[in-house]
Design a binder for this molecule. Structure first.
Ligand code: URP
Ligand code: ZN
Ligand code: ZN
Ligand code: ZN
Length: 469
């Protein structure tokens, strides 16, 4: 049998094994692992790791952001940036606007994504208005159609749900088999601190961090887990920034709860100090929860190493810094309350975790693959089609050079933002070639794929939800 494509001579790493073999690809699918395979096209992977394509299960693309603020990425630039960062699948959010239906939201986001993507994409829903019809009909129908996860917020005035609403939404997750993700920060406590900061005239970017201290995240994390326990449903705690919130997850697991933890590059590479700086430079690091301290980096690393965190996502949420419609919008230039929350990071996620983790000896390559690909596929209903290198899986493959070094410069990235919060960071280990369903998309750092090569993926129920038998 001749294959369409053979990837020869590399070191394959999955979440479980590291081994030398060639990969044979036919019709976009891995059909053989062996030695001496021959294909119409052969890529030499000598000296490279051969990894399943990165899956980033937490990205924001082209979300309406209010106040005339425009997110910096379309599906074209967001997925292109993700692709160059070694990703073959992204899971952006499809946000229900208050007073509107889930159908309206899905129609709008599909229209934005259709024909524009360089990676495969699938949507999580954001439930902002859990009406009777949303809970009774729309959400169950959406789950049946392959939108098998959704996020709820405990903060942000226009998105937050109260505890009663969260219980109702979680109960719908229990009935339908959907997986609930929760953004954990106590909005009332934040409001209280914001009022106090404003009264004191403290309007600079750093106030974003000091109005969202660790305690407001820890409390909300505890509460979200408690609500999930009351309903008896699995839950994902997204973008955990610190050890105290992480310990809430550890305690819940110790009593037998099904809790998934997610953390992000900003919580191992940025600190509150990045929100200081001249001329509102600190606005570049405004995200929620805010970056903490170097001592918290160590706590987060412990969670990455011991498995408290199953998934390492970017929370890519790009705005332009020096732009009327971005971070320094007319109001955002004077008052931290108007600086949009979120930072770009879909292209730098894998290099930062590899460099800080694998190259520096904190984690091994199998853990890297689990954290950046396999566990995302398992958690969000894409496994084993996505997230591994095995016969029958989609040929989503990255050739990774563990020795390549670079200094992160926004000028070399592909997103629509105008800065990187990691500017100047030196990283060792980079994706060189990226293959999507057997099609070479990036070859030795050059784009060869096309806009529209990425497809929409309906998803199965999460493996965290499925019961055996
Ligand atoms: O600041 C952030 N993280 N913005 C994105 C929205 C969210 O809460 O994930
Ligand atoms: Zn969030
Ligand atoms: Zn987010
Ligand atoms: Zn950019």
């Amino acid at each position: 049998m001749t294959f369409d494509l053979v990837i020869a001579g590399g070191t394959i790493a999955t979440a479980a094994d590291v081994f030398k073999a060639d990969i044979g690809v036919k019709d976009g699918v891995i059909t053989a692992l062996g030695i001496g395979l021959e294909g119409a096209e052969t890529i030499d992977a000598t000296g490279k790791y051969v990894l399943p394509g990165g899956i980033d299960s937490h990205v924001h693309i082209d979300q309406p952001s209010g106040e005339g603020i425009v997110m910096a990425d379309t599906f074209e630039t967001g997925t292109l940036s993700g692709l160059f960062g070694g990703n073959t699948t992204l899971l952006p959010f499809c946000v229900q606007e208050k007073g509107k239906s889930l159908r309206d939201a899905l129609t709008a986001y599909h229209a934005k994504a259709e024909g524009n993507c360089y990676t495969d994409v699938s949507f999580h829903l954001v439930i902002s208005d859990p009406t009777e019809s949303v809970l009774g009909q729309e959400l169950p129908a959406a789950v049946a159609d392959g939108y098998t996860s959704f996020k709820v917020f405990m903060t942000y005035e226009n998105l937050r749900l109260n505890d009663a609403e969260i219980l109702q939404v979680m109960d719908t997750a229990r009935r339908t088999g959907a997986l609930a993700m929760v953004h954990c920060e106590n909005e009332d406590a934040i409001r209280f601190l914001i009022d106090r900061h404003v009264a004191e005239g403290r309007l600079e970017p750093l106030s974003h961090a000091t109005t969202r201290p660790l305690a407001v995240e820890r409390e909300a994390t505890h509460r979200a887990i408690t609500l999930a326990e009351v309903v008896d449903v699995p839950v994902v705690i997204v973008h955990v920034s610190n050890g105290a919130a992480m310990e809430e997850i550890e305690r819940a697991r110790a009593r037998g709860m099904n809790v998934t933890g997610e953390t992000c590059p900003q919580y191992i590479r940025l600190t509150e100090k990045d929100l200081e700086g001249m001329n509102w430079e600190g606005a570049k690091a405004v995200c929620s929860p805010p970056p903490r301290t170097e001592a918290e980096w160590d706590n987060i690393w412990r969670g990455i190493q011991t498995g408290v965190f199953d998934v390492f996502s970017s929370d890519h949420c790009p705005f332009r810094y020096d732009d009327e419609r971005g971070k320094l919008n007319p109001k955002g230039r004077k008052d931290f309350r108007h600086v949009p929350n979120g930072i770009p990071g879909v292209e730098t996620r894998l290099p930062i975790l590899f460099s800080e983790g694998v190259s520096k000896g904190r984690i091994d390559i199998t853990r890297f693959v689990a954290l950046t690909s396999t566990n995302h596929a398992k958690t969000y209903g894409l496994y084993p089609k996505k997230g591994t290198i095995a016969v029958g899986a989609d040929a989503d493959i990255v050739l990774w050079d563990p020795e390549a070094e670079t200094t992160i410069r926004h000028a070399n990235l592909h997103d629509g933002s105008d800065y990187s919060p990691y500017e100047g960071l030196e990283v060792k280990g980079l994706p060189r070639t990226v293959i999507l369903r057997g099609k070479v998309m990036v070859k030795d750092g050059e784009l060869v794929g096309a806009r529209g090569d990425g497809r929409y993926l309906p998803r199965e129920l999460s493996m965290k939800v499925r019961r055996p038998g």
